[in-house]
Each structure stands twice: as C-alpha cells, then as structure tokens.
Design a protein around this ligand. Structure first.
Ligand SMILES: CC(C)(COP(=O)(O)OP(=O)(O)OC[C@H]1O[C@@H](n2cnc3c(N)ncnc32)[C@H](O)[C@@H]1OP(=O)(O)O)[C@@H](O)C(=O)NCCC(=O)NCCS
Length: 188
C-alpha cells in the first residue's frame, strides 16, 4: 500500500459543496456534547455551499481582495487526501473578537477536517501551510486563534503544533449556550 497523498491548495468554485460538507460534519462530530445538539442539527450545508460558491466565484473573477497587509477578508485553503477534499482552513487579519488585543495581529480563522480524515496528518498539513502563508503574506510576527475551552481534541492538536494559550478568554453564545473560547498564539 502506498502512503496517502495530502495536497493543500487554494479552493475553486467547484469545491464549494465539499467544503460545506466538511465544515458541517467536522462541527457535528467535533462539537458533539459541547455545542447544543439542536444547533448542530440546524447547520445547513446547502446554504454554506452557496456562500462559498459565491465567494470563490468572485475571487476567481478577480473581484476578491488580495491577501496582504491591510486586507480585511479571510483567505481560504483546502486539503485533499488522495484526491478527495477533506479539510478547510482560513486565515487573515486578527478579528479582535475580545480580550486584550495581543501583539499578534494575524489570525487562523478556522480549521475543519472531515472526521474520517482525523489522525491522518491532513490537519497538520493545513496548519503548516497557513503558518507559512502568514509568515510570507502578513507583516505580523505572531498569530492568534480562538478555540472552545472544552474542545480537548482541538486544543491538543494546536498545542502539538506549537500554539499556546495566552490567557485571554471570551464567552460566545452558540445555539443559545454560553461557551468559553480560549485564545492561543504562536510566534511565526
Ligand atoms: C481540530 C482538528 C482540525 C484536528 O485534526 P485531527 O486530525 O483530529 O488532529 P490529530 O489527530 O492530528 O491530533 C489530535 C490530537 O488529539 C488527540 N485526541 C483524540 N481524541 C481526543 C480527545 N477526546 N481528547 C483529547 N485529545 C484527543 C489525538 O490523539 C491527537 O493527539 P496525539 O497525536 O498526541 O495522539 C479536527 O479534529 C477537527 O476538524 N475537529 C472539529 C472542528 C474543530 O475542532 N476545529 C478547530 C476548532 S478552532
């Protein structure tokens, strides 16, 4: 048997449905028992796919904002495992979600991997790619991300990748539940 091939790349409009599917499934499995079940059940992959489709079509048409200093949008990337899209991530400027403003001004906005691809190295390939892009594209020396306090698997993953909590927390209401998020940072 040959080793699985992981490829990280920019998404195209035709990826929208797979991206939405990965996003919704990662949430439903990863946040089970953390985010209210009714909220997880209500996540709509069709609406998400339409939103991705529109955003990616605009980017393809040259209507999207370029990445770089001053950009105010997030940049999506996707990962294929043996040719199948199983991971999505996005990064951009720090969104100032709350807490004291860290020295870090870049942010990993989101990272989601299809549960069937957990433990395969796809998530690591995605975060390595995002960190490299942030190093090259953005002027800030440090990046931040927010992760749910109770997301043990996510936190373990980030810690193994060299990220550490900086002490800031916020409480976000998701599906009617008040959930604590902790901020992690990493020197790039
Ligand atoms: C977070 C995510 C991207 C990580 O990808 P992954 O493929 O699961 O990551 P890995 O398997 O490489 O690493 C996860 C680590 O957590 C460990 N882990 C597994 N289950 C765990 C659990 N219930 N509690 C704590 N750690 C756990 C794994 O064993 C592994 O650590 P190890 O390599 O030391 O054994 C993926 O799980 C995911 O998409 N989750 C749902 C969405 C999410 O949480 N996104 C990030 C939020 S900001």
């Amino acid at each position: 048997m040959t080793d699985p091939t992981i490829r990280v790349r920019s998404p195209v409009p035709g990826d929208a449905t797979a991206m939405a599917h990965v996003h919704v499934l990662a949430w439903r499995v990863g946040y089970r028992g953390i985010v209210p079940a009714a909220h997880l059940a209500s996540l709509d992959p069709v609406a998400r796919a339409e939103a991705w489709q529109e955003l990616l079509a605009r980017a393809e048409a040259g209507d999207g904002q370029p990445v770089g200093p001053g950009t105010s949008i997030s940049i999506p990337v996707v990962a294929d495992l043996d040719g199948r899209l199983v991971g999505i991530a996005s990064y951009g400027p720090y969104r100032s979600a709350g807490g004291t403003k860290p020295a870090a001004l870049s942010e990993l906005w989101m990272l989601n991997v299809h549960p069937e691809a957990w433990g395969t190295g796809v998530a690591r390939a995605l975060i390595d790619h995002v960190e490299e892009r942030l190093r090259v594209d953005r002027p800030e020396p440090t990046a931040a991300l927010w992760v749910l306090e109770r997301n043990a698997r996510g936190r373990r993953f980030y810690e193994k990748a060299g990220w550490a909590p900086d002490g800031a927390t916020i409480t976000e209401t998701i599906g009617g539940a008040d959930l604590v998020e902790v901020r992690y940072v990493k020197q790039l």
